[in-house]
Design a protein around this ligand. Structure first.
Ligand code: COA
Length: 258
């Protein structure tokens, strides 16, 4: 169905695999177009409860934006390119359904930015993270300067951004950039196990957690006010009534996402 992506839907988990292994899954125009279509699918398909983004092949998650598309761009065109990337990654970050990165190798430049726009990250032990744009006379343009600081703190982020130094999966875990490190063989299985747990919870409450946690980093929003509103919204859901009744009746809740 897609030229640059593979997708599967199994048990409510939609797996999106960026599939340009000969180019280490570099993000070109088509990948962005198709990624946006999969994000429409995540939004509209009621069968999808959560999603995983990963890369094809044993070597790379995504080795960056496709450098071959950078040639000859003027300032305005480059800004439009950055805006397109940021808009797509903001859609991932603001998705009310959980989207998790399963990082199976190099996550460099736009690849690290893509992983950071996901709600959290699981990495295989061969993963490598970094923002090597300064090697090219560039800076990250898809939100990397912002999200790296948010996720690992300003001092270490500054060092990685300015030095182009790559870190391995274990260092990424120590820094809080990834939640778990797995073997390459168990990466998807491990990520799915976490999503099976999340998918069993009340979907609107999960969406409220995403919205409230994202508000921390949105200067146009008051995070505490967002939390109050989402807390109130939860009380208006059938799932909240079901969840609290099930607890009191000592049975397992059956959530409907309503
Ligand atoms: N854009 C376009 N093509 C890319 C790419 C990118 N970001 N990253 C890798 N590729 C392509 C290579 O050009 C090569 O294509 P070719 O076989 O047609 O020549 C293919 O993917 C394999 O990459 P190669 O460099 O041969 O693999 P390697 O194992 O020697 O090195 C990396 C792996 C990740 C260290 C290296 O590919 C690299 O540094 N990539 C660019 C990383 C980067 O700067 N990202 C930020 C971009 S803003």
């Amino acid at each position: 169905m897609f030229q640059t992506l593979l997708t599967t839907l199994e048990n409510g988990i939609y797996t999106i695999t960026i599939n340009r292994p000969d180019k280490l899954n570099a993000l070109n125009k088509t990948v962005f177009e198709e990624l946006n279509k999969t994000l429409d699918e995540v939004k509209n398909n009621v069968e999808i409860k959560s999603a995983i983004i990963t890369g094809a092949g044993p070597k790379a998650f995504v080795a960056g934006a496709d450098i071959s598309e950078f040639g000859g761009l003027n300032k305005e065109e480059a800004m439009a390119l950055a805006k397109r990337g940021q808009d797509t990654f903001l859609r991932i970050e603001n998705s009310p359904k959980p989207i998790v990165a399963a990082v199976n190798g190099f996550a460099l430049g736009g690849g690290c930015e893509l992983a950071m726009s996901c709600h959290f990250r699981v990495a295989s032990e061969n993963a490598k993270f970094g923002q090597p744009e300064v090697n090219l006379g560039l800076i990250p343009g898809y939100g990397g300067t912002q999200r790296l600081v948010q996720l690992i703190g300003k001092g270490k982020a500054m060092e990685l951004l300015m030095s182009a130094h790559l870190i391995d999966a274990n260092e990424a875990k120590q820094l809080g950039l990834v939640n778990y490190v797995t073997t390459p063989e168990t990466l998807l299985e491990h990520t799915k196990k976490i999503l099976v747990i999340i998918n069993s919870k009340a979907p609107l409450a999960v969406a409220g957690c995403i919205k409230s946690a994202n508000a921390v980093f949105d200067e146009t929003k008051d995070g505490y006010a967002t939390e109050i509103e989402e807390f109130g919204n939860a009380f208006a859901t059938d799932d909240m009534k079901e969840g609290t009744s099930a607890f009191l009746e000592k049975r397992k809740a059956i959530f409907k996402g309503k």
